[in-house]
Ligand binder design. Structure first.
Ligand code: ATP
Ligand code: MG
Length: 453
């Protein structure tokens, strides 16, 4: 087991901490100056998991110790001890990367609680790291997470196409990870040391988009007060990611086609052709073929872009990825919000897995972040995860059942949803449904919804 290093110029204080930690089964060492602390930590980073340091010390103070430890990017957590009335120091220390602080004089339990919280967090992180390395490349690709067969196919495609020069069209609903895939392709290609340049085609008006992509010369139009380098030029020998390609106007489509055919274009207001070597990855959440049929998108451009198409499946079609995504977002947002939520109950996970996720992974991430912030206990419970649009069970198996069974299913779902929506308050739920409390209880019994009774 790893040790705790106590740093305090006050010998008695150090001894007191050590004795306390020993009584709880933790091993620790004491030093009485910042300099000694650094000497002990830096050569063999491995043996300490926590440094508990006083702030005010002669020679090197606790803030310096903290800075030195954090400079080394070490996984050691630092707790600073401040004296009563010096909260600003504590705030400063937290900004510099201290994990927590404790104000002297403190009760024995206070120190133990802080230490245990950190050790629990370290175990959780260790577990996540272990899982991640065990899963290895198989279930993740860059920052993309998922172990469903659908995602594994996507990883195969990415690794096969990355190192080619083919243009790629990524199609998928909002929040399915199109941008992540585009980045994974770039960073797995020979172009990875050159720029990855993103252009959000939907966000810009026609003339602005044209000059954003191709640049303009000073005086090309009102407001063009100086030359501007376009994104294509910035992306030379790298990758350009054209997001929301379905929305670009026909004039810009024509110019884009020329870049794809001849690797050449002119900036706005110039007749001097510029040559670039750029790989194009485009993304859309609309059906481009429809746009082609309606003459909103050039057919020739569509063929040029669509050399390889990647269809990203919506989350509801790979619901088995939810647990892994949940644990990934849990550890991410624990860290971001300095929380130590340890997991999720089976019921809550079940709830996440029976939802239809119109906003896909982005929506799931938001739900988990919110739950991490608002969760009052150690694990996320159903009450912590209000969902925007619950899937009703009759949508799942509508066919081949008698009407009264389907009606029962709908009633069941409505009751569960309403109670959850009212944060478990059955009085409010009964009111919302305009039935009596007694009648609500009867229905809970009838549908055997015992967990809400
Ligand atoms: N498979 C995944 N693993 C981990 N994180 C994911 C995954 N898919 C999406 N995300 C996360 O969800 C969010 C949305 O992803 P991204 O921006 O790539 O989606 P998108 O398809 O481009 O959405 P939009 O069409 O709305 O632009 C990001 O925060 C991203 O990190
Ligand atoms: Mg996007």
């Amino acid at each position: 087991m790893k040790k705790i290093l106590i740093v305090d110029d006050d010998k008695a204080m150090g001894e007191m901490c050590k004795e306390l930690l020993t009584s709880r089964g933790y091993t620790s060492d004491i030093v009485t100056s910042g300099r000694e602390a650094i000497e002990k930590i830096l050569p063999n980073n491995e043996i300490y998991s926590i440094v508990l340091t006083d702030l005010a010390m002669p020679d090197m103070d606790g803030m310096e110790v903290l800075k030195k430890v954090k400079q080394k990017n070490s996984p050691i957590d630092v707790i600073v001890m401040t004296s009563y009335g010096t909260v600003t120091n504590a705030v400063e220390a937290m900004k510099l990367g201290a994990t927590d602080y404790i104000t002297k004089p403190f009760k024995r339990d206070e120190l133990v609680i802080v230490i245990e919280k950190i050790l629990r967090m370290q175990r959780l992180e260790g577990e996540v790291d272990r899982l991640r390395s065990e899963l290895g490349e198989k279930y993740t690709f860059g920052n993309i997470i998922g172990e469903s067969s659908k995602m594994k196919k996507i990883y195969d495609i990415i690794s096969n196409v990355s190192n080619t020069e083919a243009n790629i069209l990524i199609q998928g609903e909002t929040g399915t990870g199109k941008e992540l895939v585009a980045m994974a392709i770039h960073y797995n290609s020979a172009r990875k040391d050159r720029p990855f340049v993103k252009v959000d085609c939907a966000a810009l008006a026609e003339t602005l988009l044209e000059s954003e992509l191709f640049g303009h010369e000073k005086g090309a139009f009102t407001g063009a007060t100086k030359d501007r380098t376009g994104r294509f030029r910035m992306a030379d020998r790298g990758t350009i990611f054209l997001d929301e390609i379905g929305n670009i106007p026909l004039t810009v489509q024509a110019k884009l086609l020329r870049v794809l055919q001849d690797s050449e274009f002119e900036s706005v207001g110039s007749d001097h052709p510029i040559r670039v070597d750029v790989r194009i990855v485009a993304a859309t959440n609309i059906n481009l073929e429809d746009h082609v049929e309606k003459s909103l998108f050039r057919r020739d451009l569509f063929y040029r872009l669509n050399v390889i198409r990647i269809f990203l499946p919506p989350l509801r079609e790979r619901i088995d990825d939810v647990p892994m995504l949940v644990s990934h977002f849990l550890s991410l947002h624990n860290k971001k919000n300095r929380k130590t939520i340890e997991g999720i109950t089976r019921e809550a996970l079940h709830r996440l897995m029976s939802y239809n996720w119109p906003g896909n992974v982005r929506e799931l991430e938001n739900v988990i972040e919110r739950a991490v912030i608002l969760c009052k206990g150690k694990v996320i419970e159903p009450i912590d995860i209000p969902l925007y649009q619950e899937k009703t069970s009759f949508q799942q198996d509508f066919s081949g059942k008698p009407l009264h069974v389907l009606m029962d299913q709908v009633e069941h779902q409505i009751i569960v949803n309403t109670i959850e929506l009212m944060d478990g308050d059955k009085e409010k739920a009964a009111n919302a449904l305009q039935i009596s409390r007694a009648s609500l209880y009867n229905k809970l019994k009838k549908h055997k919804i015992t967990e809400l009774l």
